[in-house]
Write a protein that binds this ligand. Sequence first.
Ligand SMILES: Cc1cc2nc3c(=O)[nH]c(=O)nc-3n(C[C@H](O)[C@H](O)[C@H](O)COP(=O)(O)O)c2cc1C
Length: 405
Amino acid sequence: MIEQPLKLPNGTLLKNRIVKSAMSEALADAHNNTTDGHINLFERWGEGGAALLITGNTPVDRWHLEHAGNFVLDEKTDAEQTKRLTAAAKKHGAKILAQLAHAGRQVPEAINPTPLSVSELKLDLPGYGQPKSATEEELQATIAKFVTSAGLAKDYGFDGVQIHAAHGYLLSSSLSPRINMRDDAWGGSLEKRARLVLSVVRAVREKVGKDFIVAVKLNSSDFQKGGFSHEDSIETAKMLEKEGVDFIEISGGNFETPVAYAHKSKQESTKIREAYFLEYAKDIKAALDIPVMVTGGFRSREVMENALTNGDADLIGIGRPFIIDPEFPSKLFTGDMDMIPAVERDFPPAQDLPRGAVLNWFCHQLALHGTAGDSDLSVPVVEGHEKYLDYIETSTKRLLETRGQ
Ligand SMILES: Cc1cc2nc3c(=O)[nH]c(=O)nc-3n(C[C@H](O)[C@H](O)[C@H](O)COP(=O)(O)O)c2cc1C
């Protein structure tokens, strides 16, 4: 099954069922343009055999980055360099989507101390500023930014866009009744909380036409008391289907509840559960006719095959293993590999490490791909974490200097 092609509603044929999910690469330059290291990494991923590559968080607004190294798609983006990125990714038959995002209240404070959000509720973590609750005009302007970025993605050779409505960024926070406490047309009932993401999808579709892939990444739940629930997720998915999206990717959580890249250590359990959002995806798939992709924890061919043959999902999204071995899909297809890299299982349990250490170790490895040409798995987890913090601090200083901030 994993090798079987899949035709998306827009007519695009994906050559198999393996998708590289979005992973923020932190490899853009101080003007947030793609770099040679970033381009080479996408070529390598394309050569590795996946059907579809999704870029990391690609902001539609330079004041709402998720970090300084984000590749941005707006009027200032270097067109020729971006066309090199898409051509490199597609050279071996993969398709590429730009993951369009607005970080909302999850913008680092150094980049924007007063980010736009759906309310004034501050993120309950250090290093984030005091959000401003967006006005009607600001929400309409934000929708227009998604449209501009989607149009540019089409002009520069992407096969489509994925609208990021998961993980606590602006569109995801709008869906959450815990964060979105508005009593105007953009908050309250689920229909009103979903209005922002639905408006973005509708306006983007109108801009790019029916042949271009328009996908959405959605939380199965925020896993937060009073947040976006699993029932909300199923209903939102149905509304998105009516707007003509080509597939929905299921993930979960946000910065405060970072369950999307959960790491379980062998020290905690000898039997580690794979595909931790699959049960949720199954319910969502049962409610829809369009394809569903599920991401998070897939490591064995058996679990991937079962998810597809049982009809629980149509596409298998994979993240971290692409950092460790960019060529793993071809090895799965030839039968040379049944179990893809799961190095996170060899790390100590999360509670014995600094907050975010394992994620930051992976971020460091991604940065090494782009700056040194390959990862270096010999780097210990805490050292990788600290190196990434230094790296992102340097990128932030460079960005602020360039902006004259
Ligand atoms: C280094 C890193 C960066 C990530 N950046 C993004 C991102 O920009 N956008 C996104 O939707 N998910 C992001 N994710 C989440 C992944 O897409 C994926 O959902 C998660 O890693 C779980 O899949 P896995 O177990 O196969 O790694 C990131 C994950 C990692 C490890």
